[in-house]
Design a protein around this ligand. Structure first.
Ligand SMILES: C[S@@+](CC[C@H](N)C(=O)[O-])C[C@H]1O[C@@H](n2cnc3c(N)ncnc32)[C@H](O)[C@@H]1O
Length: 225
């Protein structure tokens, strides 16, 4: 995987023993049909996912790219610290998933173990940082994404900033897919505002929205309408 050398001297998976971390692919909307529709239409070389958690959506996308015979790299951006709602235990199991040890999460190791077990260490590159910092890093090493999937902050301002930062990292005909549309008020407001700002149509359904720079991959196609 040639992109790995832009970030690391050795693979982050090297020497890591997954046996302490049982398989746990819990996620949210991680296998929505929109992933297959978009990946089949775009045939991306590079996907950037912002907000990865345990890796369920990244592994799902990696499986689709493999099935379609694509040589795709998926760069996963996450602090692996969880979002406020996880730390605040807003649903059963969320805080437990962080695997806090001495007050610091070990969620990253659940992710690494899941990727190793799924056999996608050659397709998935973790980038453990804030979405703001990671956008700077990705820009500095010259990454352009054909597909960006944003599933990180749920508050309006950080979500809006993610849309701005990662839109700049899209290739000229790239597509932005976002999670939490309609289901989270802050994300919905940010996505609608952003679409107006960039003067591109937004098409959404419960929990997913698409803003496409590519007229050939219009959201109506992506949503099967
Ligand atoms: C809803 S989860 C992602 C779920 C994943 N896409 C899936 O389908 O399984 C949101 C993730 O975003 C991460 N996150 C939230 N805010 C972030 C930020 N500002 N920078 C980086 N990661 C962030 C959290 O750590 C969490 O793992």
């Amino acid at each position: 995987m040639s992109l790995l050398s832009k970030f690391y001297e050795t693979s982050p998976y090297e020497g890591f023993d997954p046996s302490d971390y049982p398989s746990d692919l819990q996620g949210w909307g991680s296998d929505d049909p929109i992933f297959r529709d978009l990946i089949a239409a775009i045939r991306p070389k590079v996907i950037v996912e912002v907000g990865t958690w345990k890796g369920a959506s990244a592994i799902h996308m990696a499986g689709i790219t493999k099935e379609l015979g694509l040589d795709t790299t998926i760069i996963c951006v996450d602090t692996w610290l969880g979002s406020p709602e996880h730390f605040l235990a807003q649903q059963p199991g969320w805080r437990e998933s962080l695997l806090l040890q001495n007050g610091f999460p070990r969620l990253y190791y659940t992710f690494l173990s899941n990727v190793i077990r799924a056999g996608f260490t050659d397709r998935i590159i973790p980038l453990a940082n804030t979405s703001d910092n990671a956008a700077v890093i990705l820009g500095s090493v010259g990454i352009k994404a054909d597909l960006v999937y944003i599933d990180a902050a749920h508050e309006e301002e950080p979500a809006y900033r993610d849309f701005q930062n990662y839109w700049r990292l899209l290739s000229d005909d790239g597509v932005l897919l976002g999670d939490d549309y309609i289901s989270w008020d802050g994300v919905t407001k940010a996505a609608n505002r952003f679409a107006v700002d960039v003067q591109c149509p937004i098409v959404g359904k419960w929990s997913k929205f698409v803003i496409s720079r590519n007229p050939a991959v219009r959201p109506s196609i992506a949503f099967g309408a």
